[in-house]
Design a protein. Structure first.
Length: 223
């Protein structure tokens, strides 16, 4: 019986397309026990030696899920997106099995709404999120961009010219630009937390937090 209360509890991943395979592979690299399930025997064979367990089964079938012990998992990821019908059936099965945390991939907003209504706790839009992130990155000097709820974002970028050579109080980052420099990385050194006295140079990388609009304006300042 899988321990459903452990913070590092095993994860059930259904679907070995690009998203499912990437999720399973990263979980394995993080040291998590993973059971991957796919209807394709070829994909299961391919992943059999890469993760803890790999099983060929049709997750649309409740009986098949019970046979592989899906009901014992506390976390499940439905990575099936090519067939909305299959995705909905699988998530409904996971809900009926009373799995506490169900993550599901959606290929559209309407698909995501259906998944939420039938009981998925977390709905992921990997293609849409990747597209939004890329749009931000190609439009300025940002190196990485993560957007959270309520228009809040965290960005890795090169510092604009107006804040270089001064500490963060003198440059007025918060008062003028309404963003917060959270961390700074000088060449050859690890990231460190920024303080009011931190001086940013043109060779540094910075981590900036703020609303999407404020960060976009900050990133558009003179280079």
């Amino acid at each position: 019986m899988v321990d459903r209360n452990k913070p590092d509890a095993p994860v059930l991943v259904i679907g070995l397309g690009r998203f499912g395979a990437a999720t399973a592979g990263q979980l394995d690299r993080l040291g998590r026990e993973v059971l991957v399930v796919d209807a394709s025997d070829a994909l299961v064979q391919k992943w059999a030696e890469r993760v803890t367990h790999a099983v060929q089964a049709d997750a649309r079938s409740m009986d098949a899920l019970r046979q592989i012990g899906a009901q014992d998992f506390s976390i499940a990821v439905c990575a099936v997106g090519s067939s909305i019908e299959a995705s909905v059936l699988i998530v409904a099965n996971l809900v009926d099995l009373k799995i506490p945390q169900i993550w599901a991939k959606a290929i559209s907003k309407s698909h995501g709404k259906i998944l939420e209504r039938i009981g998925a706790n977390h709905v992921i839009y990997p293609e849409a999120e990747a597209g939004e992130r890329t749009a931000h990155l190609v439009s300025g000097r940002m190196i990485d961009f993560i957007e959270f709820d309520d228009d809040f974002a965290l960005v890795k970028m090169y510092p604009p010219k107006p804040i270089r050579g001064q500490n963060l109080i003198e440059s007025g980052v918060r008062s003028k630009y309404r963003v917060t420099v959270v961390g700074v990385k000088s060449p050859g050194k690890p990231f460190t937390y920024a303080t009011a006295e931190t001086v940013v140079s043109n060779h540094d990388l910075i981590i900036v937090a703020g609303t999407e609009g404020d960060i976009e304006r900050f990133a558009a300042l003179e280079a």
